[in-house]
Design a protein around this ligand. Structure first.
Ligand SMILES: Nc1ncnc2c1ncn2[C@@H]1O[C@H](COP(=O)(O)OP(=O)(O)OP(=O)(O)O)[C@@H](O)[C@H]1O
Length: 510
């Protein structure tokens, strides 16, 4: 009679086989024995029953806990491989679908991008007091999601009268931020490495990582160009002052509005002479190269305090669209090596300005109360000045109030090519400054009249101006001088007539 074989039976079960339970057990043992002979089980020949001594086989077959454990293990293995596949899938998707761009803090585009983010951050709606997500999503690009992780960058803005004001710029702080640009969403992560320091500047190493869809990859370049243009527009028509920050030059404060040449009133012919010399020097690189002469020019402006040396250098920089790298030789921690390094790294189109060169070396020998000594040596300075050889033109300005204290080696031709005295006011200079203040300005801007101030006819201003000239010249002949800075201070706070009486008093020594 045909008897169907039990579904769970192994192959070639004997006709009068054991119970179903036994068959299943033997079959399971067989699989286990085959899977791991090392466990000591004997592989049963087909048709033979499992050997008596297969302890593991029996235990696995009979022990419900063991079977459950094996089941759980199986689930664990499945879950682990699922997790791994998801991770691999995510990595794969990220590689294929997303694109990331890393901007290290060392790169020039780093501050540009942060400023761009700061400019494009949403301004809270004054009515609501916050930015609504809907208006943000509907809004025109570029637009950043409001961030709660902000960092402050403090800059100093210099006013025309020389006073400075702190300006706070809120930029994205360390953390993750989102913004939309040209219709695509971007994630930006600002990360700060607590362990790594930029040894040059002494600031923590940072990175910005931008992530977007691979299809928006082309936007990364235009985003960076936009950030650069924003930075350049910001300094367009302005003068940037760099100061030494560790081993590199960093902009000091916001770019300043270019100082107009006409706003610095010097003795007859001085401005024109120096300006023409610089303009003549620029663009003669080939001429210098052909003769094997280092392409650099040094200027020394000397004279009493407040005669306009710094202001004149600012105006000259503006007139040839240069920036200024300001270096204080008496600065703590400045060594010969650092000086050499800095002078070799001056940003393009920048004057090097060494102010009060005399004080650096008189302080070198005397120690101040806090025990500080400038470690720049005189020979170190000479070497650094001579070493400033580059295909870029180099223009070095030095200023001093005490020409007589300077070592002739410092100001010999080749190191200083043009010496110019900017003195206390001459009568004619004082008259020009007076007319600038009280007559209408050269640029056509009307001056701001003080309340209650009498509006004077042009002839009257001219008559008072001549009076100023006479008073100042007469005082000079007696050896009594007055600085241009003092005159400016007087004119800022007085009316024309009061200005004249103020000068008279000052020149009489009252
Ligand atoms: N010749 C000038 N024409 C117009 N303004 C002047 C002139 N000289 C000085 N001033 C004004 O006086 C102030 C100080 O000038 P500045 O700092 O340029 O003088 P300085 O000669 O460099 O002084 P110091 O030697 O003390 O550094 C500025 O606000 C500047 O506008």
């Amino acid at each position: 009679m045909f008897r169907p074989r039990p579904a769970t039976a192994g192959p070639q079960q004997p006709e009068a086989g054991p119970s179903t339970q036994q068959v299943v057990s033997k079959d399971a043992a067989l699989h286990n024995d085959q899977a791991d002979p090392a466990l000591g089980a004997v592989v049963a020949p087909p048709g033979a029953s499992a050997p008596e001594g297969s302890f593991v086989s029996r235990m696995m077959a009979d022990n419900p806990y063991f079977s459950a454990g094996a089941g759980l293990m199986g689930i664990g293995v499945v879950l682990a491989s699922l997790r791994r596949s998801i991770r691999l899938g995510a990595t794969f998707a990220q590689r294929r679908l997303l694109v990331t761009l890393e901007i290290p803090s060392k790169d020039r585009s780093y501050p540009w991008f942060l400023d761009w983010m700061a400019v494009n951050a949403p301004q809270p709606n004054p009515a609501e007091g916050r930015t609504s997500l809907r208006s943000l999503l509907k809004g025109k690009s570029p637009m950043a999601l409001p961030s709660h992780e902000l960092a402050v960058e403090t800059n100093f803005k210099q006013h025309e009268n020389g006073s400075t004001e702190a300006v706070f710029n809120l930029v994205p702080g360390p953390g993750t931020h989102y913004f939309r640009y040209a219709g695509a969403w971007f994630q930006v992560k600002r990360e700060r490495d607590a362990k790594l320091m930029d040894l040059h500047s002494g600031t923590p190493w940072e990175t910005l990582t931008l992530t977007t869809l691979a299809s928006s990859r082309h936007l990364l370049a235009s985003l960076l160009s936009e950030a650069r243009n924003l930075a350049e527009n910001h300094i367009e028509g302005k003068t940037l002052v760099y100061t030494a920050w560790g081993m590199e030059w960093r902009p000091f404060g916001k770019p300043r509005r270019r100082r107009q040449m006409g706003s610095v009133v010097l003795a007859d012919g001085v401005s024109e002479r120096v300006e023409a010399d610089i303009k003549g020097f620029l663009g003669r690189g080939k001429w210098y190269a052909e003769r094997g002469i280092p392409y650099r020019r040094g200027y020394l402006l000397h004279g009493p305090p407040g005669s306009g040396k710094t202001s004149f250098i600012q105006a000259l920089a503006g007139s040839v669209s240069y920036n200024i790298c300001l270096l204080n030789l008496a600065e703590r921690g400045l060594t010969d090596d650092k000086l050499n390094h800095l002078l070799g790294l001056v940003p393009e189109r920048s004057f090097i300005l060494l102010e009060d060169v005399d004080s650096a070396f008189s302080r070198r020998v005397q120690t101040t109360e806090d025990g500080f000594k400038s470690s720049v040596t005189f020979s170190g300075l000479l070497n650094a000045l001579d070493g400033v050889a580059s295909s870029e033109e180099r223009i070095i300005f030095m200023t001093t109030n005490h020409l007589d204290r300077l070592d002739p080696a410092l100001i010999r031709p080749g190191r200083v090519d043009v010496h110019e005295l900017l003195d206390d006011a001459h009568g004619e200079q004082a008259q020009r400054l007076f007319t600038k203040f009280y007559g209408s300005s050269e640029s056509g801007e009307e001056r701001v009249w003080r309340e209650g101030e009498e509006v004077l006819e042009r002839e009257e201003i001219e008559r008072l101006g001549s009076q100023v000239k006479e008073i100042v010249d007469e005082a000079r002949s007696r050896g009594q001088t007055i600085s241009m800075a003092t005159l400016q201070g007087l004119f800022i706070r007085s009316s024309a007539r009061d200005g004249v009486s103020g000068i008279t008093r000052l020149c009489q020594g009252n």
